[in-house]
Design a protein around this ligand. Sequence first.
Ligand code: SF4
Length: 454
Amino acid sequence: MADIKAKKYSYNIFCLMYHYFYYLCKMINDKTSSVSIKTLGCKLNFSESATIEQKLAQKGFVIKTGYQAADCYIINSCAVTENSEKKCRQLIHRLKQINPQSKIIIIGCYGALKHSELLQNQVDMILGNNDKMQVVDYLEQIFHHNPQAIEKLPKDSFFSAYSLHERTRSFLKIQDGCDYHCTYCTVWKARGNSRSDSIENVVNNAKKIVANDIKEIILSGVNIGDFRTEKGENFYQLLQQLVQVEGLERIRISSIEPNLLTQEIIDLAGENHKILPHFHIPLQSGNNRILSLMRRKYQREFFADKIQQVKACLPHACIAADVIVGFPTETEDDFEDTYQFLDSIPVNMLHIFPYSQRPDTIAANMEGQISQGVKNQRVKKLIALSDKKKLAFYQENQGKTYPVLVEHKKENGFLYGFTPNYIKVKFPYQSHIANQIISVTLSQLDSNNIYITK
Ligand code: SF4
């Protein structure tokens, strides 16, 4: 017992000395305050975090990365599933252990939806999505004692954002919010109504991204196909302008709702190689009864036609689909319907999510909630189907030659990149090939089913 007490005492002394030493070093070497931003969730959050980070750096804050000690941690949070919220709470705990004196600020969807729950988790400030960009002004007040008035923004205001971290690809925010109100979703509650940037702003941001020697942009938003400007311009018109940006080599359309992927957008991708033949189209269920309960805007036949439309124009396009399994009342037969439907259409990979019961949604209050065990089994079956389809797609493309954008990140002696139709390729590490577009003939798959070059 005395031994345990002695160990605890020495541990406390060690912690005290560590923090004393940390602050002493800081006072001597570093008169500026440090901030670290952690991002959870979607591409939109990543683009916004990057912009917040750029603004903080301009204001003189030292940006810390990884899990370095910092004076303030900002968590750009996600609330799409129960698990996303849990990750945020675990992160708060971890960051508090790194530096118990640090300020913790939560911004984003979890902050917007669960203000009171988060207050019980030792956080110092919570900002929703509308006000998240103002975290920069708040930090100025707190750390630089700059008593400026911080204006309250009108509901559903829009701010532009883009990331520069990856150095080969940038997430460019073009739209925010959603008007669709699917019965399982909380994102529209956390993000507000659909609104978009102007075409002029998006094009200017694309030019700034290109000026940073970045070749690919990934258009990001909550419902990007719903891009609409005050002048009445739509997503197709935005794409028409973006393809004209000099130096911009690749435009990836990330996720687009099936009813908003129009024939003219598909045709434009067919005519212009800058728009990559890679479409991520949320399906959510292959059973029409479940689709109606979800209040999705289509039935499965419409989805199947859309996929055929894409493949008719772009036979080598990669089509990925989101699927939710275990939605309330989904029977084994309903799930089998989804499985067979997906097996029968030329979708090439799946993103599978077990249904997550989000409070204050219509679906959360439905009878017939499905057990976690059943959801896990269904996820497992669809993962196996996705692996099969992905491998078939990779093999279908064997022998074809594609331009691959090589990314910077080195892993186990290799660099990685993707073809326009999202096939992963790995290259033995050579520093000079990073951020280059290299023509590759797909010939040999490694044990993880990634194409390898010599
Ligand atoms: S389309 Fe549906 S699922 Fe997607 S963000 Fe909008 S409401 Fe949520």
